[in-house]
Design a protein around this ligand. Structure first.
Ligand SMILES: CCCCCCCCCCCCCCCC(=O)SCCNC(=O)CCNC(=O)[C@H](O)C(C)(C)COP(=O)(O)OP(=O)(O)OC[C@H]1O[C@@H](n2cnc3c(N)ncnc32)[C@H](O)[C@@H]1OP(=O)(O)O
Ligand SMILES: NC(=O)C1=CN([C@@H]2O[C@H](COP(=O)(O)OP(=O)(O)OC[C@H]3O[C@@H](n4cnc5c(N)ncnc54)[C@H](OP(=O)(O)O)[C@@H]3O)[C@@H](O)[C@H]2O)C=CC1
Length: 515
């Protein structure tokens, strides 16, 4: 019997960010391995005209929860959705709900965050720092609380090259930042943001670093642990390979490459692609929850959930495998044949952006206009280029994350727990994982049917023929123009023609002699 699964039995668990990518995988695993848990409270905000219950049912109706419904048929009764907005004071939770949360919660998994790189500093601070502070305050009033697990990111200290499993201080105290956000107006915040974030690449990583400091400073006597995942990708094994449901991290770029929009990216092929499957992160998170509650470490432990130091894969290898998978599993209605490449300097990046991204978009929009349709490709391409520029920082550097605590935890698990809550990335086969990832993007994100693969392959063949035809026509036109204008080109042309003629004459003469 798994000790971790048994530990969660009968427990009341509070999850923030349960409607997000990681939150869903976390809930799924909890219910599948500990169907006898008491209740999972989730803090949810009504969104896009959906009520809380509708949001919960939508999650439970997804393929991700199919296995859960078999092992825990009353799962919907065990999820208690609480209306909350983490941007508001006291999270705008009603008094009754707050009372229930405070008196029953045993474990907290704090996953909610804004993960947008370009979020306004005020909003990023509110969600990633102030909300964490408020949640800690709530936690300190929970008499039955056994552990508080805070999800951060391995990139919270990406301004360093080697990162240990410790909380690093920030140049400005989080409390001062929180206070200043209250009285500074947006224009001033915009102006000081670059100075405040210093050598962090964006407001996301900066505020996640501040969030960690808050956890350390204001955790008081709570039993706390911090988990730092790197780039979270589709599931590796559980509940099935390849599950993914948002465009963050590599998923959006896989779509852009597979549909033929993404032709080149400024990335260092040898830089480590520190991807980590979502189910690996969740297994570690649940193991940390158990360890923190049962062993009550004296200080706040930080756990790195990364792949680079144990089983490294680089962007070059990953990119090639993604492209190889498109040969077998193409996406439908591609704009161009998938053929993304890495560039390594600014000049080639600008060149390929102009030639391979902007020019085809302009030509296609011109064609759309001619045929009476609304142009849209240039807008889409601009958005892709903006996304690429935001991700560039992460695909041109490598980091070293130490994993002493994560390895210590692994050694503390029983063989059964090591199997059920496996977070040993050394066992990950990258080629297989990436293939399943691309397949998952096709099935669960693009919602494309596998039966459409032959037609998608035919479409790619047509695109290849159009590509060859276009290139040949372009070459002939360019050559014709050159010959008309340049004596050197004419001389070269006559030399080639006369050489071919002589060669053919010689060939004909020698074959006549042989007869
Ligand atoms: C050959 C291949 C090589 C592969 C090579 C890979 C390299 C991959 C490196 C990654 C490196 C990360 C390393 C940090 C790891 C962390 O710790 S960070 C956690 C992950 N966070 C992220 O990835 C967030 C990054 N994304 C962003 O910050 C913003 O989306 C961007 C990039 C600034 C773009 O913003 P934007 O232009 O305003 O576009 P946005 O409104 O966000 O979205 C555009 C459309 O996509 C949709 N959309 C956006 N997000 C989502 C979503 N999550 N779910 C569903 N739809 C969405 C929107 O609905 C919108 O659609 P429409 O409503 O227009 O129809
Ligand atoms: N994805 C990744 O690559 C990585 C993620 N992480 C960390 O993992 C955690 C989970 O990330 P991930 O699941 O990918 O993120 P998602 O963007 O998928 O989910 C974010 C969650 O936070 C919730 N949330 C956001 N704002 C509010 C609000 N004002 N009130 C209530 N809830 C809110 C969202 O709710 P709603 O559905 O209503 O929007 C959603 O449930 C985060 O802490 C992130 O920093 C760390 C490393 C990598």
């Amino acid at each position: 019997m798994s000790m971790i699964a048994a530990f969660y039995g009968g427990k009341s668990i509070l999850i923030t960010g349960a409607t997000g990518f990681m939150g869903k995988v976390l809930m799924e695993k909890l219910f599948r391995t500990s169907p006898d848990l008491k209740v999972v409270y989730i803090l949810v905000r009504p969104k896009q005209g959906q009520t809380l219950q509708q949001r919960v049912f939508q999650i439970l109706d997804s393929k991700l929860f199919e296995k859960v419904k078999e092992v825990c048929p009353n799962v919907h009764e065990k999820i208690r959705a609480i209306s909350a907005d983490l941007n508001q004071n006291d999270f705008a939770i009603s008094k009754e709900d707050m009372k229930e949360l405070l008196s029953h919660t045993n474990i907290i998994f704090h996953c909610a965050a804004t993960v947008r790189f370009d979020d306004h500093l005020r909003h990023a601070v509110q969600l990633n720092v102030t909300a964490t502070q408020q949640l800690l305050l709530m936690a300190s009033q929970m008499p039955k609380l056994e552990a508080f697990i805070h999800i951060s990111t391995a990139f919270s200290n990406c301004n360093l090259k080697h990162i240990d499993e410790v909380v690093y201080p920030c140049p400005v105290e989080p409390k001062k930042i929180i206070d200043s956000m209250e009285w500074l107006d947006d224009a001033i915040i915009d102006e000081i943001t670059p100075k405040l974030i210093g050598d962090w690449p964006n407001t996301y990583t900066y505020t996640k670093a501040l969030g960690e400091v808050v956890v350390q400073q204001e955790g008081g006597n709570l039993n706390i642990a911090i988990i730092r995942p790197s780039i979270m990708g589709a599931t590796w094994q559980e509940p099935f390979p390849g599950w993914v449901d948002n465009l963050n991290g590599p998923s959006g770029l896989i779509i852009a490459a597979g549909k033929g929009f993404l032709r080149s990216i400024r990335a260092t092929p040898m830089a480590v692609a520190d991807l980590i499957p979502a189910d690996t992160v969740v297994n570690l998170t649940l193991a940390v929850g158990w360890y923190t509650a049962v062993h009550r470490p004296k200080s706040t432990l930080v756990y790195h959930c990364t792949s680079g130091n144990l089983n490294p894969c680089n962007w070059g290898k990953m990119g090639l495998q993604v492209l190889a998978t498109f040969e077998k599993i193409p996406f439908e209605r591609a704009f161009r044949r998938p053929n993304a490449d890495f560039t390594t300097n600014n000049i080639t990046t600008h060149y390929w952006n102009a030639v391979s991204h902007r020019a085809p978009a302009i030509i296609y929009d011109f064609y759309l206009r001619l045929t009476g349709r609304k142009p849209r490709m240039t807008k889409l391409m601009n958005r892709l280029l903006r996304t690429l520029s935001m991700l560039e920082y992460f695909v041109n550097r490598s980091w070293e994350w130490s994993t002493y605590n994560t390895e210590m935890l692994m050694s503390e698990l029983s063989p059964e727990d090591q199997r059920v809550f496996n977070f040993d990335v050394r066992q990950l086969n990258w080629l297989e994982y990436i293939e399943n990832y691309v397949l998952g993007v096709k099935k669960y994100l693009l919602k494309e049917d596998m039966a459409g693969i032959p037609e998608a392959k035919q479409h790619l063949k047509r695109l290849r023929n159009i590509h060859y035809l276009f290139n040949t026509a372009l070459f002939l036109i360019a050559w014709r123009l050159l010959i008309a204008r340049s004596q050197v080109a004419r001389n070269v042309w006559f030399f080639i023609v006369s050489f071919c003629y002589k060669f053919l004459s010689y060939f004909r003469a020698s074959s006549t002699l042989n007869v």
